[in-house]
Design a protein around this ligand. Structure first.
Ligand SMILES: [Zn+2]
Ligand SMILES: [Zn+2]
Length: 382
């Protein structure tokens, strides 16, 4: 009986598809990790490179092939057999040979030709993304203490634009982050950039210098994640409120199954029960709601970025067009005004410089009767 229960528990913590190609059933991340570590031999998840002869012998045994077949396979699949340049020449990594029949090369050529046809050189976003890649791919930390432990779990997490932002709502993730099993949900919260945290509420035409001191994130610190019937509230600061209570009480009075609560800062990913591929919720600023989808849970590999300092590791960020100033059309809008005699439209968007130049004299005195609100562009995090 006891044995069968253990099997059941283990099976409960191994993700199987609930809906094929959509999401898995619920499983406990920490138990899934232990199950992996139990079933694999330590050298399979160790960062140490396995001895080649030993690897070959094991591989041949697993595949049930003899030594000759193994040798033949090794030579066919070797790096040398992929080279298509004459032996005496230095390999050119950029030029795809004209007569190639290898599918991957044909795809690469197609992409190269497409890129060349765009006639756009790399912009600052691409350069930044490349820089980040260079820093993090296969990175080893400088000190042992910064090393991700062997057998640690890595989660891939997609965060979507808030539901009010209908254009990209369900289409593509705004950000994709890699996090480890020992990160807390509060650390995920801090890694999410959302423009509504930076919003400044109020009219500041008389005191434009004061405006930046009042971002929404400083004023309204409450937030929660919702995973599998549990609200994980951010309670790190005295000002934080349990904003999930209203929903829990509403659900209770409408005969929904009971929901429970926990602290965001006390919950590590390895403590969570989740479905991979299933949409969950992050809610902050009262009603700014983002879908959060965990798309992968796996063990670390020696080719991962193994430096703890780089996690949560941003691996993708979607970019959107920014709204430019109505006067100079160069800089991103920072202020919008209404009832503004100097503006070409009502409301009108200005960059910091044009706003100050047009609306205040050299002593900083306000000219005219307009009202002005700080504006934070959605592309502010590009
Ligand atoms: Zn948001
Ligand atoms: Zn301007």
């Amino acid at each position: 009986m006891a044995a069968s229960r253990t099997t059941m528990e283990n099976e409960d913590n191994i993700p199987e598809y609930e809906y094929v190609d959509v999401n898995t059933n619920v499983f406990h991340i920490g138990s899934f990790q232990s199950e992996w570590l139990k079933r694999l031999s330590p050298q399979e998840w160790s960062y140490q490179q396995q001895d080649e002869t030993e690897f070959d012998a094991n591989f041949a045994k697993d595949m049930q092939i003899n030594a000759q077949t193994m040798d033949a396979l090794k030579s066919v699949c070797s790096y040398d057999s992929l080279c298509c340049h004459p032996e005496e020449e230095k390999p050119d990594m950029e030029t795809v040979p004209e007569d190639s029949i290898l599918r991957t090369l044909l795809q690469r050529k197609k992409r190269q030709d497409y890129k060349a046809s765009l006639k756009i050189h790399k912009n600052r976003h691409d350069l930044y993304a490349e820089e980040l890649d260079r820093l993090t791919v296969v990175r080893k930390p400088d000190t042992v203490t910064d090393m991700l432990p062997e057998g640690e779990i890595i989660l891939t997490i997609n965060i979507y634009y808030p539901a009010v932002f209908d254009k990209f709502n369900y289409v593509r993730p705004h950000m994709t982050l890699l996090m480890t099993g020992s990160h807390t949900l509060a650390e995920l919260r801090d890694a999410i950039c959302c423009v509504s945290d930076l919003q400044v509420c109020g009219e500041f035409s008389n005191t434009p210098d004061v405006a930046p001191d009042f971002t929404s994130k400083d004023l309204y610190k409450s937030a929660f994640f919702f995973f599998e019937g549990i609200f994980y509230n951010d309670m790190r600061f005295p000002e934080c409120q349990d904003i999930s209570m209203t929903i829990i009480e509403w659900a209770k009075s409408h005969n929904f199954p009971p929901y429970s609560q926990a602290g965001m800062e006390d919950t590590r990913f390895s403590d969570l029960k989740v479905k991979v591929g299933f949409p969950y919720l992050y809610c902050h600023q009262g009603d700014c709601e983002h879908l959060v989808i965990i798309t992968d849970v796996r063990l670390t590999h020696r080719d991962d970025c193994l430096d703890k300092k780089f996690y949560p590791l941003l691996i993708h960020k979607h970019r959107i067009a920014t709204q430019k100033c109505a006067v100079c059309h160069i800089f991103i809008g920072r202020w919008f005004t209404k009832n503004d005699q100097f503006a070409p439209s009502d409301p009108c968007l200005f960059c910091e410089k044009c706003f100050r130049m047009l609306h205040y004299d050299s002593e900083g005195k306000k000219l005219g009767n307009f009202v002005a609100y700080p504006y934070v562009d959605r592309g502010a995090f590009n």
